[in-house]
Ligand binder design. Structure first.
Ligand code: SAM
Length: 276
């Protein structure tokens, strides 16, 4: 018998994946969690029926959400990841020798525990002595830490449930306070194809808080619409003004120095959406 996962983020359209094996399912305090093995994408973390990360395409998302802000900052030492319990962003952040400490603030301990158990290729950075895991709400954590992080990465689920408060102007103001004086933050900001209203609101809110606001995009096969947006709010550095010749060759599969600026060149429908 064929078993398929039907992804549930978009109301009237869906992507489906043929399941090889259901490895683990549970209802955590915050969400329905599943780890499944699929024929095309390998193991997947699925939360509330929505694909979060897969062994085959996770590199795109984790490299882009990490290296774009880290190479835009001159010398990031202390980094915060809000959400991101699978550890993929942590693995990429730790490729930067200037980073002395990275804190992962994830609300759901079970995401961290099960990623360590079943997704070791993604979660491996969590074992590094520079990584600290804090289990708690990112909104509260950011409010309680002022002027502390050089880079903050908001690697959250979509804007409902526990993550709803990570997509509003008050949270962006508290991120501004939590950053050091030349700090930068980046968030995954959804699909402009299916959720243009969300993308526009988030971009406008960030623009109202940060002097430098830039959107970049990357093609992630398992995210609805494939072409996914990320928005950066920066106090000082502009990713379009850095000298890409200073970016070293990294052990990456998607990110490279020429892409550092070209990913900010947006298709016309996305440009129109955020500029008009
Ligand atoms: N790459 C993913 C995506 O966009 O599909 C996100 C991956 S990561 C697994 C998202 C994590 O954000 C989840 O594990 C979830 O528990 C966590 N999260 C949601 N709301 C949060 C909050 N308020 N504070 C901290 N973590 C939160």
């Amino acid at each position: 018998m064929d078993l398929w996962l039907k992804e549930g983020q978009i109301e009237n359209a869906a992507m489906t994946y043929k399941i090889k094996e259901t490895i683990h399912t549970e209802k955590t305090e915050y969400q329905d969690l599943a780890i499944i093995d699929t024929y095309e994408f390998g193991r997947m973390l699925v939360l509330d029926g929505i694909v979060q990360t897969t062994i085959k395409d996770e590199f795109v998302y984790h490299e882009m959400i990490s290296h774009i802000p880290l190479y835009t900052h001159k010398k990031p030492k202390k980094v915060l990841v809000v959400g991101g319990g699978d550890g993929g962003a942590i693995r990429e952040i730790l490729k930067h020798p200037s980073v002395e400490k990275v804190v992962l603030c994830e609300i759901d301990k079970r995401v961290v525990d099960l990623s360590i158990e079943y997704l070791p290729e993604i979660s491996c950075g969590l074992k590094d002595p520079r990584a600290e895991v804090f289990i708690g709400d990112g909104i509260k954590y950011v409010l309680e830490h002022k002027n502390e992080f050089d880079v903050i990465i908001v690697d959250s689920t979509d804007p409902f449930g526990a993550a709803e408060g990570l997509f509003n102007v008050n949270f962006y103001k508290s991120l501004y306070e939590c950053l050091t004086e030349d700090g930068i933050f980046v968030a995954q900001t959804e699909t402009p194809f299916y959720l243009p209203h969300v993308v526009k609101k988030v971009y406008t809110d960030i623009l109202n808080v940060f002097p430098v606001t830039r959107m970049f995009m990357a093609a992630i096969p398992t995210y609805p619409g494939v072409y996914w947006s990320f928005t950066m709010g920066s106090k000082k550095y502009d990713p379009l003004e850095i000298d890409i010749n200073n970016i070293p060759d990294l052990d990456t599969k998607y990110y490279h120095k020429e892409l550092h600026k070209s990913c900010f060149v947006l298709p016309k429908y996305v440009k129109d959406l955020i500029e008009k």
